[in-house]
Design a protein. Structure first.
Length: 375
């Protein structure tokens, strides 16, 4: 009970010290508000309101139907330009797509001859250029299918008819994924930097010497920093999830919030220990920033949140199994998107706990050495 009392009071001291640091308070507010909302709303990689122009060389009813089918939210209202203006408007970046409908377009359709429609794409708009042509092709096919003479002929039907249904994100809105992924990534960066800054702040202000003359153990000192900074990250993340992700952006939370909060506590147990370990390696905040940022970037890019883990080299997949963020990303997406139950996510929770325990043991040994060097 005496040890628990020491850990509690030291943690309260950490919270008071954090409350008097306006820079860290601003960082916490920024990371879980503006840094979540802005990428979700502005960093859109889908085809949304793309500018498009139609070159109608046929001047037929079918060609006009194709133009009228290019509608929001995929495309802005289609403009009609002359064939000779294609290079002019593309060179000036006025349109992302130009659809050239050839002469005899309607006549070819009526005779059963597949018409050749050309799509000119501005590939500098890389994300839209990659997806837009397939959307345009589907729109044209759906528009002219009723005019196709052989549409009911079994010989012209495909052997396999594919019907795609999107689960967990029916409209495939990228902002849903980006918002949740930003919260997950920001939890990692804030937990690492808060705990690391707490250790280095003690050293730079000379408080380590004061603590060493007290009847405190390294375990008590480290545990206090873990729970105090961990609870700040937990409360900020949950507030961001409700107020920003669900409130402002409108992302539905499918799963259990208490289960996610429990998994977040397990993850914070490991990632805060990692922050303290990094702080024991360096001597100042600038050095800590130079060390912590590459660690965070590796965790963010290779944990499966940005790109699927399965697409990475097999050796890298095995290495990333020893990083807690890999399992936290899998756990968070399963709970928040797919309404996973504890029976489905307990392996990820167990792995996070084991990794956190290993990190804590190693960090405690490093923390003891740092305190011994300060005596």
């Amino acid at each position: 009970m005496r040890t628990l009392g020491h850990i509690y009071h030291l943690g309260v001291k950490e919270l008071r010290s954090l409350a008097r640091d306006p820079v860290l308070l601003f960082l916490i507010a920024y990371v879980f508000t503006f840094s979540v909302y802005t990428p979700a709303k502005s960093a859109v990689m889908d085809v949304v309101n793309a500018s498009i122009a139609i070159v109608n060389e046929d001047d037929s009813r079918s060609a006009r139907l194709v133009r009228e089918a290019m509608l929001p939210p995929l495309f802005l209202p289609a403009a009609e330009i002359a064939f000779g203006d294609i290079n002019h408007v593309m060179d000036r970046g006025r349109y992302t797509f130009v659809v050239d409908i050839p002469p005899d377009f309607e006549q070819d359709i009526a005779s059963g001859t597949p018409p050749q429609v050309q799509i000119i794409t501005d590939a500098t708009a890389m994300s839209q250029a990659g997806r837009g042509p397939s959307y345009i092709q589907q729109i044209i096919e759906q528009t002219v299918r009723p005019e196709w003479p052989g549409r009911n002929d079994p010989a012209n039907l495909p052997l396999v008819e594919l019907e795609t249904r999107a689960r967990f994100n029916p409209n495939m809105q990228q902002s849903w994924f980006v918002a949740v992924n930003q919260v997950i990534n920001n939890i990692s960066v804030l937990a690492i930097f808060l705990t690391g800054a707490a250790v280095l702040r003690e050293r730079e202000h000379g408080n380590i010497e004061h603590l060493l003359v007290m009847p405190l153990t390294p375990l008590e000192l480290m545990s206090a920093k873990i729970w105090a900074n961990g609870i700040v990250v937990l409360l900020a993340a949950m507030a961001s999830l409700f107020l920003v992700v669900k409130g402002l952006i409108g992302v539905p939370i499918a799963g259990s919030i208490p289960l996610f909060a429990f998994g977040l506590c397990v993850y914070l147990f490991s990632v805060t220990a990692l922050g303290i370990m990094l702080a024991t390696i360096v001597n100042s905040m600038p050095q800590f920033g130079l060390l912590a940022f590459p660690v965070y970037i590796v965790m963010s890019l290779l944990s499966g949140g940005q790109t699927p883990l399965e697409s990475m080299p097999e050796l890298l997949q095995k290495i990333m199994q020893f990083v807690p963020s890999t399992h936290f990303v899998s756990f968070s997406q399963a709970v928040l998107f797919r309404d996973a139950t504890p029976a489905m996510v307990w392996p990820a929770l167990f792995k996070m706990f084991l990794i956190g325990a290993a990190y804590s043991v190693f960090t405690l040994s490093r923390f003891r050495k740092m305190l011994a060097a300060a005596k």
